[in-house]
Design a protein around this ligand. Structure first.
Ligand SMILES: Cc1ncc(COP(=O)(O)O)c(C=O)c1O
Length: 458
């Protein structure tokens, strides 16, 4: 059969609320045009994030009931630890309440002033956690990954030549570790090839610098390797995942993505000393090492989710449904990051709205219009999220891309929901020339996109 269907059926449902266009104008105004400030109840199709929004399976819910809530040494922890260790091969498995808590612990130990942390592209929380310690977060994305409309198989790859030059210039002693984010969320959800991970490791090994994987979407990345990289078509996703992790010395993970859980994360590593320091910090900030900020039931849901995510029928459907949305957007004429990534379609707002300059936030204009037209919530990944002010002149320094991400929650929406989003997108496209830019009227110094307030320019 040509049609790739959802490899599950629906057992429990949650109603969604329809609003009128007039109501949506008011909702947007009250939220100061920031999608994070819109009450979820007022959203019809929520594509704000794929994080923590997955629909859990019957077996995960059964695990929730079966969770062992003992403070120390719960059986749920041992199941969780065994699952993660089998999957990744790492010696120390440290549960955290979500991905950024793992980042916070890791960078509190290895970060600090005069330190540099390279990554293909840091996610916003990773960057924030690095910079919070006084260290500097550096992105080293391969050139092709910076061009939204160029099609290539592995646009998330690290620029290994640039990384080598950087290490020589700054000194290996100032680079406590290097990260690779799979898939590369901030750069369009693009995958990283096995070859690139292997070569990055080889380079780092020469200098004694550990490699950590930001593993949030490890299974989607592994499936892309199976589809696109020579020599992997016949390997199982589990084998590919094992090989990916075999090149790393540790990882940070948000279980809210490819563990199909609504909360959770972990930090894993081989280094005994780093693990000891991490557990000490964990006890202060998260909890005892056998629960680390989570309930026993959450650990069960994560362990179960980590098994389910490797189901290749699921991954085939997952990657194809994102591709489907991307193909339809392209057919309408909406410029997107090509090819579509693993968890989201990213609209190239700079190209869609050339009349709105980066300092007037073209991505924010697209986000508002998706909501106004059809109650679809998405998010800007551009100058709002990553823009910085020049300390001397106060002018905005924009990132290279102005993107809008429509992230697809896992196992939540059916094809008719997605077809509705496509209809909304068509209207947004036809009205694009009338869209206006935005001005920020209130913002916080870090992670400003979560709370900033906007005003529409007239
Ligand atoms: C690549 C990447 N790293 C880290 C994180 C942080 O994870 P969490 O939201 O669980 O703190 C995210 C979340 O979206 C992410 O996409």
């Amino acid at each position: 059969m040509k049609t790739i269907i959802e490899p599950f059926k629906i057992k429990s449902i949650e109603p969604i609320k329809f609003t009128s266009a007039v109501q949506r104008v008011e909702i947007l105004r009250k939220a100061f045009y920031n999608p994070f400030l819109i009450p979820a109840e007022d959203v019809l199709i929520d594509l704000l994030t794929d994080s923590g929004t997955s629909a859990m399976s019957a077996k995960q819910w059964a695990g929730i009931m079966d969770g062992d809530e003992s403070y120390a040494g719960s059986k749920s922890f041992y199941r969780f630890e065994h699952t993660v260790r089998t999957l990744t091969g790492f010696k120390h498995i440290i549960p955290t309440h979500q991905g950024r808590a793992a980042e916070k612990i890791l960078f509190s130990i290895v970060g600090g002033k005069t330190k540099w942390i390279p990554n293909n592209t840091h996610f916003d929380t990773t960057r924030a956690n690095v910079e919070f310690t006084g260290a500097e977060a550096v992105d080293m994305l391969n050139e092709i990954g910076k061009h939204p409309n160029l099609v290539a198989d592995f646009k998330g790859n690290m620029d290994i030549a640039a990384l080598g030059k950087f290490i020589e210039e700054r000194g290996a002693e100032n680079i406590p570790l290097c990260m690779i984010t799979v898939t590369n969320n901030s750069g369009g959800g693009q995958p990283v090839s096995m070859e690139n991970i292997r070569h990055t490791k080889k380079l780092l090994q020469k200098y004694g610098i550990p490699l950590f994987i930001d593993a949030c979407r490890f299974a989607e990345n592994a499936y892309f390797i199976k589809l696109r990289e020579q020599g992997y078509a016949e390997k199982s996703v589990r084998e590919i995942v094992k090989e990916m992790f075999s090149y790393a010395d540790g990882c940070t993970m948000s279980a809210k993505k490819d563990a199909l859980a609504n909360i959770g994360g972990f930090l894993a590593m081989n280094d005994d000393d780093l693990a000891q320091k991490s557990r000490n910090l964990l006890i202060v900030t998260e909890g005892f090492p056998t629960y680390g900020g989570l309930a026993g039931r959450d650990l069960e849901a994560i362990a179960q989710g980590l098994d389910e995510i490797l189901d290749e029928d699921y991954l085939r459907y997952r990657i194809r449904s994102i591709e489907y949305l991307g193909e339809k957007f392209s057919a309408i004429g909406i410029p997107i990051v090509q090819p579509p990534g693993g968890h989201a379609v990213y609209i190239d707002a700079k190209n869609l709205l050339p009349h709105i300059p980066p300092h007037e936030y073209p991505g924010q204009a697209v986000v508002s219009e998706f909501f106004r037209r059809g109650g679809v919530r998405c998010v800007e990944i551009g100058s709002v999220m990553f823009g910085k002010y020049d300390p001397k002149t106060g002018t905005l320094i924009s990132p290279s891309m102005e993107l809008v991400r429509l992230a697809i929650p896992r196992r939540v929406y059916t094809q008719s929901h997605i077809d509705y989003v496509i209809e909304v997108a068509e209207e947004v496209f036809h009205n694009r020339k009338n869209l206006k830019g935005y001005r920020i009227i209130e913002e916080m110094p870090t992670l400003r996109h979560f709370t900033a307030k906007f005003e529409c320019l007239t």
